[in-house]
Design a protein. Structure first.
Length: 283
């Protein structure tokens, strides 16, 4: 699921991070794509793909594992049998709980990914003299400057984004599946319904938490040049100096990516889960 998400959505994610961190450099999505291609070439769209793969595989592995555990916790809280189907709202709550655990795996890898994606802009803006263009060089730089805890810069912002965001993510996904099922079992849904449901869930997440993600990206990228203020300080500075709309820079590529990538994520997740369950049942 994580691999499918990255392969389909990485170019849009790269544009998102660039536009979030340096909104004054780009007039819009097309301008960002054109300038990136001219300056770095096609491979520029896939900068940070390795940590993005690690981030998504780690995050979604932890997320969906904890999602199952949190569903059992929700069943205990509401006092129903462990095999009882949960409502869409209860599934949303379970997904929100699970996302808190996923941030521990996500934050370090996302920090490396964001820094690689915005490295060219950091050099152009004069914030750093020479960029580190490989995963290892970024990892080494973080350890040398801040130690292991440096990988958790922006963790509070990540947590603030994930917990409410994944309530809407899983809620939107399950609500959409319920709509398409129309009284049938959700397990009988075909690929188109799953793609649309996953895309709807991803759209619900990102349209709501986008300003928080913008602040997180700035903290993780700009801290390369030195000490960066926390969430409240960064948020206040952006609003005061650039205006509220700066927090929404890069929203278009994010929404395109949200629908396409999360549709692919849930499609891959559901079909791989069914395959694994059929293998287990055959023994």
């Amino acid at each position: 699921g994580g691999i499918a998400c990255v392969v389909t959505g990485q170019p849009f994610d790269t544009a998102k991070v660039k536009m979030q961190t340096f909104p004054e450099m780009y007039k819009g999505l097309v301008d960002c794509f054109v300038k990136t291609y001219k300056q770095v070439g096609f491979r520029g769209f896939y900068k940070g793909t390795t940590p993005a793969l690690v981030a998504n595989i780690a995050e979604n592995s932890v997320l969906f594992m904890c999602y199952g555990f949190c569903q059992q916790i929700v069943r205990k809280i509401v006092g129903v049998d462990r095999k009882t189907k949960l409502s869409d709202l209860q599934n949303a709550a379970a997904g929100s709980f699970a996302s808190a655990f996923a941030t521990l795996a996500l934050c370090p890898t996302e920090l490396v990914k964001c820094r690689l994606q915005a490295m060219h802009e950091m050099q152009l803006s004069g914030k750093i003299i020479q960029g580190q263009n490989t995963v290892w060089s970024v990892v080494k730089s973080v350890i040398q400057k801040d130690g292991p805890l440096g990988f958790y810069r922006g963790w509070s912002s990540t947590l603030l984004r994930e917990v409410p965001g994944y309530f809407l993510f899983f809620g939107g996904y399950e609500l959409s599946r319920t709509f398409f099922a129309s009284g049938r079992s959700k397990d009988e849904l075909g690929p188109i319904a799953l793609l649309i449901s996953g895309g709807f869930g991803g759209s619900c997440l990102w349209i709501t938490v986008y300003p928080v993600d913008s602040v997180k990206s700035r903290i993780q990228v700009l801290s390369m040049a030195g000490k960066q203020t926390g969430f409240i300080g960064t948020f206040a500075t952006v609003v005061r100096t650039e205006g509220v709309l700066a927090l929404y820079s890069g929203l278009l590529p994010t929404m395109i990516r949200a629908f396409v990538a999360n549709g692919a994520l849930f499609l891959a997740y559901e079909y791989s889960r069914k395959l694994m369950m059929s293998q287990i049942d055959s023994y």
